[in-house]
Design a protein around this ligand. Structure first.
Ligand code: ZN
Length: 79
């Protein structure tokens, strides 16, 4: 995995592109993870990730943030 987390901020719809889950107030991390389907939790954080060719801002519920933290190895910011 060459992906890294660029930043994590408290969730705001404005952090997200129009037509994304995050902009609509949904948890985009779980919505986009295969086999998961839409997530019913409220987004808690906005997370900017760097992939090979693009750097999307993902909305993440509390559970998603834990998963992202474990996968990419960054500390979860405190409120
Ligand atoms: Zn979620």
């Amino acid at each position: 995995m060459e992906s890294v987390v660029i930043w994590v901020k408290p969730y705001k719809p404005e952090h997200h592109q129009p037509d994304t889950e995050g902009h609509k107030g949904h948890c985009g991390w779980h919505g986009m993870t295969s086999g998961r389907g839409p997530c019913r939790n409220e987004p808690y954080a906005s997370v900017k990730l760097q992939y090979k060719n693009y750097a999307p801002v993902q909305s993440a519920c509390v559970q998603a943030l834990k998963e992202i933290s474990q996968r990419y190895g960054f500390p979860i910011p405190q409120e």
